[in-house]
Design a protein around this ligand. Structure first.
Ligand code: ADP
Ligand code: MG
Ligand code: MG
Length: 252
């Protein structure tokens, strides 16, 4: 579903991504790991179409279509979901209304009429149950005053409602407690199907105690320098990133 070929990107004139190659097929879970500052968040921002980043080379195809040519909202309608590392707060807009707007914008994109209020509320109830989201949380303003764990649960809820084909979840490098990690992991595992895929971006191995990716990629200095199976995450936990850094730095 996703084919990234030699992708290069910069921000403020500084090249961050220096030739990324990545292929994701339906049904797969990938983890992208790597030291701080290696370009993990930049990769997710570029795939989501954040205009602050300039693509300077390479291609990214999503189901054979040129992803990089699509405006961000079209990427979302086509089935790409980005869980933000730092979710925005939208005071005065309830989660319910926010989600209704998102769902109906997608339907409009595919030439379908808006969902009836009854159907929408029924769907919200079903999805809330999947992610165990409190009804009170759903009626509050988007992310306003939410705890870290609540924001994560909310993010997974949005994912459940929008039913993306590819979800990119960029985890914060710090501050997520075990409960919040479990919420993310259980959500990802419950929503996993043969038709969708997930890329989990994480600095630490511990999220991977709960989510079992088939592929682990190490991003360092803007390139994927190593790809392996689940055993690579365990090796990283034991040995850290230094041995990979040294290997790459020696080759430069
Ligand atoms: P990671 O998510 O792997 O920690 P990032 O993608 O956040 O890494 O950052 C990669 C590099 O890009 C870092 O060196 C960072 O300092 C740099 N960077 C990120 N945002 C900006 C910006 N707005 N201007 C200049 N450099 C940036
Ligand atoms: Mg970082
Ligand atoms: Mg990051």
């Amino acid at each position: 579903m996703l084919k990234v070929n030699n992708l290069r990107a910069e921000i403020n004139g500084k090249e961050i991504l220096k030739g990324i190659n990545l292929e994701v097929r339906p049904g797969e879970v990938h983890a992208i790991m790597g030291p701080n500052g290696s370009g993990k968040s930049t990769l997710s921002m570029v795939l989501a179409g954040n205009p602050a980043y300039e693509v300077t080379g390479g291609t990214a195809e999503f189901y054979g279509k040129d992803l990089l040519a699509m405006p961000p909202e079209v990427r979302s309608h086509e089935g790409l979901f980005l869980g933000f590392q730092y979710p925005v707060e939208i005071p005065g807009v309830s989660m319910v209304n926010f989600m209704r707007a998102a769902v109906n914008a997608k339907r409009e994109y595919f030439g379908e009429p808006p969902m009836s209020a009854t159907d929408f509320l029924k769907m919200m109830r079903e999805k809330r149950a999947i992610v165990e989201l409190d009804n009170k949380l759903a009626s509050r303003s988007v992310n306003e005053g939410f705890s870290g764990g609540e924001k994560k649960r909310n993010e997974i809820f949005q994912m459940a409602v929008l039913e993306p084909k590819l979800s990119i979840l960029d985890e914060t490098d710090s501050g997520l407690d075990i409960d919040a990690l479990r919420v993310v992991a259980e959500g990802v595992n419950k929503l996993k199907s043969d038709n969708n895929a997930t890329i989990v971006i994480t600095h630490y191995q511990r999220l991977l105690d709960y989510i079992k990716p088939e592929f682990i990629h190490i991003l360092y200095k803007g390139r994927i320098v190593m790809t392996g199976g689940p055993e690579l995450a365990l090796e990283l936990e034991e040995r850290g990133y230094d041995w990979i850094k040294q290997q790459v730095d020696n080759e430069e």
